[in-house]
Design a protein around this ligand. Structure first.
Ligand SMILES: [Mg+2]
Length: 255
């Protein structure tokens, strides 16, 4: 049997950028009794708390010990400290200031050239490019835009594919991945989910055969694809509803 269930977050556990729904929260809580649960996504730590941890209201501290947060594609790792009753950073691999500057300039230039720089659509205090320490993230309409607007912006990924293509010319030393609904994550090569998954295997002392991964962007170029390429068993989902369906099946087999 698998020891670890690992999940992409946006579009796999929830509607992009929103907290996980009740049924996912309930299913994950149940899974904590049987598996190590490892969400891994390009999001920041605060967003993991808002989207996942705060929603696991019924999970006991003992259960939370089996929840492992692989933040910013697993370039940062947080674990629950039962004594302190708080989350503790285990490791972090940040980008340098110079790398952040280079990436920011490339993305901004590419988006502007292509007419996809939507600064006029931003809500107050929001930003298009965000430094997430281990990666720089482009969110076309910012973090605070409504879900509907985000879905409508680039449903076929064509805009982001064009931006990525241009970024690769402007700053070829970085990797650019399409994720979520309006996002592109820029990282140093190798700092993708392979990095996160490799560290996950190491930290949890498991083999890749022990892991089952859920993601919605498992196609080539998607931010879940590196996990597929590693040879980890993967379930491709269209939404959190597919994930809930699969988790019910898994839990049904255990009980
Ligand atoms: Mg996703």
């Amino acid at each position: 049997m698998k020891k670890v269930l690992s999940f992409d977050v946006d579009q796999t556990l929830n509607i992009a950028k929103t907290p996980i729904p009740d049924d996912i929260a309930d299913l994950l809580t149940q899974c904590l009794d049987h598996f190590e649960i490892c969400p891994i996504s390009g999001q920041k730590f605060d967003q993991f708390l808002f989207q996942i941890v705060d929603r696991l209201k019924n999970a006991k501290p003992k259960q939370l010990q089996h929840l492992h947060l692989f933040v910013a594609q697993g370039t940062q790792y947080y674990r629950y400290n039962i004594k302190k009753k708080d989350w503790q950073q285990v490791y972090s691999y940040p980008l340098t200031d110079e790398q952040v500057k280079k990436i920011t300039k490339a993305i901004e230039t590419a988006a502007e050239e292509l007419g996809y720089w939507e600064a006029d659509k931003l809500q107050e205090g929001d930003e298009i490019i965000e430094n997430r320490l281990s990666q720089v993230t482009f969110s076309a309409l910012g973090q605070k835009a409504g879900t509907e607007a985000k879905y409508a912006w680039d449903p076929d990924c064509k805009k982001r594919e064009a931006i990525v293509k241009r970024c690769k010319e402007l700053a070829p030393e970085f990797d650019y991945e399409i994720g979520g609904t309006t996002s592109i994550n820029a990282v140093t090569p190798g700092m993708n989910k392979v990095f996160g998954m490799t560290h996950l295997l190491e930290e949890l002392k498991v083999n890749k055969e022990d892991v089952l991964y859920f993601g919605d962007m498992t196609q080539p170029g998607g931010n879940d694809y590196p996990v597929v390429q590693m040879g980890i068993d993967t379930i491709t989902v269209r939404s959190h509803e597919d994930t809930a369906y699969a988790l019910r099946g898994i839990l049904g087999l255990i009980k």
